[in-house]
Design a binder for this molecule. Structure first.
Ligand code: SF4
Length: 390
């Protein structure tokens, strides 16, 4: 019912049509409060079945192409989710929570919402909490609680249904349905944004990347500089920078030229790096195409969020990370000194002391753009787009 990944396998066109039209018909009945007049085939609406998934994902795909259609569909789909949640059995709830923890890999997870779903499922699946949730406890019950980033729950914040503390909404056990419903809405909204035409391909090219890197957030600017100086990056740093460039609009051919240019040079690092473009050209091209969703599982990977970058430290040789979290003061000053003059930089470093990395990053962006409306940076791509718009 809260599906993360589309189903695999084959389905006949006839069944696909039935899944979609039956779902649309049911959604309309639900929306107009006329469910008892629905005479369609419930076989296409059974939770967790192939038909239900196909109906959901096909409509999700179609709706993402038009704002009007998305508004029409998402309101009804959230209503269906709410309707199902209202009558959910403990068995189905268990399945739902398990599906999050099984499908989402916390260390590979590309988005804050997936990570949140994973964390919630782990918490709610603890036997004593699960038992507690499965009972009809009072609407005021506050025995257990969890914290969720406020930006994931715009509905609950807007309706003042949760308390906020230091950027986190406090969710009590009695609100678990509200929480899932709100996350479901946010999840659909994020999926829709994937189709927004915001990404203008070709903005960053292999030729202009040095100039464009002045618009990169500190984390990515640092990786680009290390690559230019040492001509090599460790695996995870390469992965992170490649996805960032892709999501900012670098085309595949430019990405290949960019990496080829560096990896064709002798490396300039202390490690015994054996990677060399000429010796492994096919492998390199394959892995770049893979990140662009053109090889292997054909998954279109997204650049990791700041929360993931801040949490990930794959090894001592890793050159990446969030400078506001992982760098000492000397390195941070050095990195930011290209965009801030000495005095401003000193003041800035003082003000960000003890602030969260993404708030510090937003402060930095405010300072260099002189914009005041930026509160929080959640993804390096967001930083790049904001700086590019000014
Ligand atoms: Fe990069 Fe995010 Fe850290 Fe800013 S807050 S430097 S965008 S990881």
């Amino acid at each position: 019912m809260f599906y993360i990944y589309p189903p695999s396998g084959k389905i006949s066109l006839h069944h696909m049509e039935n899944s979609v039209f039956t779902r649309l018909d049911y959604l309309e009945h639900l929306y107009s409060d006329r469910v008892k007049y629905f005479h369609g085939n419930f076989e296409f609406l059974l939770e967790n079945t192939l038909h239900d998934r196909v109906g959901h994902f096909t409509l999700r795909l179609l709706a993402a192409l038009s704002s009007d259609l998305w508004t029409y569909w998402s309101v009804r789909e959230v209503l269906l989710f709410k309707h199902r949640l209202a009558k959910i059995s403990s068995k189905l709830l268990y399945k739902l929570l398990r599906s999050f923890s099984q499908q989402i890999k916390p260390f590979n997870s590309e988005s804050l919402i997936q990570l949140t779903l994973y964390q919630i499922s782990i918490l709610y699946l603890k036997p004593h909490i699960f038992k507690h949730l499965s009972y009809n406890h009072s609407e005021e019950c506050k025995l257990y609680s969890c914290k969720v980033r406020f930006e994931l729950l715009p509905n609950l914040i807007k309706s003042r249904k949760v308390t906020i503390n230091a950027g986190y909404a406090i969710i009590y056990c009695s609100q678990w349905k509200l929480l899932l419903e709100s996350l479901f809405f946010t999840y659909l909204r994020i999926q829709k944004n994937i189709f927004k035409s915001e990404t203008k391909y070709g903005i960053i090219t292999a030729v202009n990347i040095n100039t464009e890197s002045n618009h990169f957030p500190p984390c990515m600017k640092h990786l680009h500089t290390v690559l230019r100086n040492k001509h090599r990056l460790s695996h995870y740093a390469r992965f992170t920078l490649s996805l960032f460039l892709k999501d900012c609009g670098m085309e595949l051919n430019d990405a290949i030229i960019y990496w080829k240019e560096e990896y064709s040079k002798e490396h300039n690092c202390n490690s015994v790096c054996l990677h060399n473009w000429n010796a492994s050209e096919k492998k390199f091209i394959y892995s770049i195409r893979h990140l662009y969703g053109l090889e292997g599982s054909k998954k279109d990977y997204a650049a990791p969020d700041c929360s993931i970058i801040c949490k990930t430290m794959p090894g001592p040789k890793y050159e990446g990370g969030c400078p506001f979290q992982h760098f000492d003061e000397i390195h941070l000053k050095h990195l930011l000194s290209s965009s801030l003059k000495e005095r401003k930089l000193m003041n800035f470093i003082k003000t960000i002391h003890r602030r969260k990395p993404n708030e510090a990053c937003a402060e930095y962006l405010k300072l260099i753009t002189k914009r005041t409306q930026i509160l929080f940076i959640s993804n390096p791509v967001q930083f790049y787009h904001m700086l590019n718009k000014t």
